[in-house]
Design a protein around this ligand. Structure first.
Ligand code: PMP
Length: 360
């Protein structure tokens, strides 16, 4: 009796669920294959295009960088650079470090992270909770020997059974996106994609994804760099000169002062670049929250602004895909704090009707 009454209610609901992975092998098995590409409805209506954003905040370590972290470790293992109990050392703005800390815990490696002391406390706390040895260092340029990357290399060189994964110039990083992100976007759009845009830190996501989509579509899909203030890449792509556009940015993990080995081989594949000021990025953090219920960090918001700019360039009825790199949880004591926003002169960038979200 009970069974019969229930059957009509459950019939048919198993179809979508049947496509889920049944089981994956530990944390590392869960990296890649982020399930959703979210259509941003309001922005799609405004632009007359289909604006899609891949939900990387649903990656098991919470960000786009889980993919690169796993590929960097797998690459070191394949080259025989890491033996059981070894140490992974990296210089990172935080998210690669968090991905590496997860991978290291699941594989039994130690993890040492050098990061610029300008990054959010939330990322430092999380790294420590994941068992990483975090070493914040003064934020100095790459050509300074005290830059976090050089310190990471020197420390790894001083240890036995340790590797500096070198996310900026180790192309195992972009390979992760050639093998996973690109194919996932192609499958999730069914090939109906006209352009892809995202910001770059190492350049791995942009280069690897554009490389795959370009080859798969026989050159049809266009790639656009999205760049924050203080980076040299916007001008490099647009007029061939590596000059900074603007000064620093509130976005963390993106913007670059040089052409990394991950980006260099694919720079010529790009159709152009867009520059996004911080006032637009922060406004989009709040708009995504208010209009779409999405709680994402500033690089995700910058990517979404870039996607709307690309959509306007291309004209109506196009599909533009971008990345939601991580959640706002990693920056919330900054992004939602009035004092912090005022210190960056960005409190006035938030429209009146969105001010209610400034709660800290
Ligand atoms: N967004 C965030 C929040 C990041 O931490 C990073 C990487 N530091 C990126 C975007 C850029 O990714 P990639 O290194 O692949 O260019």
């Amino acid at each position: 009796m009970f069974k019969q009454a229930l059957r009509p209610l459950v019939r048919g609901y198993a179809t979508a669920a049947a496509q889920l992975n049944k089981e994956v092998n530990g944390f590392v098995g869960a990296v890649g294959t982020t399930p959703h590409q979210i259509r941003l409805n309001r922005l799609s209506e405004e632009t007359g295009c289909n604006i899609l954003a891949k939900a990387e905040f649903m990656s098991p370590g919470g960000s786009i960088k889980d993919r690169a972290a796993l590929w960097l470790v797998k690459n070191a293992e394949a080259q025989g650079l890491l033996q059981p109990g070894g140490t992974v050392v990296e210089g990172t703005a935080g998210n690669t470090g968090i991905g590496l800390a997860h991978v290291c815990r699941s594989k039994g490696y130690k993890c040492v992270i050098y990061m610029p002391d300008t990054q959010s406390q939330e990322k430092i706390d999380l790294l420590r909770m994941l068992g990483a040895d975090v070493r914040p260092v003064p934020a100095v340029a790459f050509d300074n020997p005290q830059n976090y990357n050089h310190q990471a290399k020197r420390y790894a060189d001083s240890l036995d059974n340790a590797v500096w994964t070198n996310q900026f110039d180790n192309i195992a990083n972009r390979q992760a996106h050639i093998e996973t992100t690109g194919p996932e976007i192609w499958a999730q759009t069914g090939g109906k994609i006209d352009a892809f845009t995202c910001a770059t830190g190492t350049g791995g996501t942009l280069a690897g994804t554009v490389r795959f989509l370009k080859e798969k579509s026989e050159g049809r899909v266009q790639g656009f760099l999205a760049d924050p203030p203080g980076s040299v890449l916007y001008k490099l792509v647009e007029n061939g000169k590596a000059e900074r556009e603007g000064t620093g940015s509130i976005t963390e993990g993106i913007g670059q002062g040089r052409l990394t080995a991950n980006l260099a081989p694919d720079l010529s594949l790009l159709s152009g670049a867009v520059h996004v000021p911080d006032s637009e990025s922060i406004k989009m953090v709040y708009r995504l929250l208010d209009e779409e219920g999405l709680y994402v960090g500033a690089s995700s918001a910058l990517n979404v602004v870039a996607a709307t700019m690309v959509a306007k360039k291309l004209g109506r009825d196009k599909t533009v895909v971008t990345m939601l790199c991580d959640g706002a949880y990693r920056y919330q004591t900054r992004l939602f704090s009035r004092v912090w926003l005022q210190s960056k002169k960005l409190d006035t960038a938030i429209p009146e009707h969105l001010q209610k979200y400034v709660v800290l």
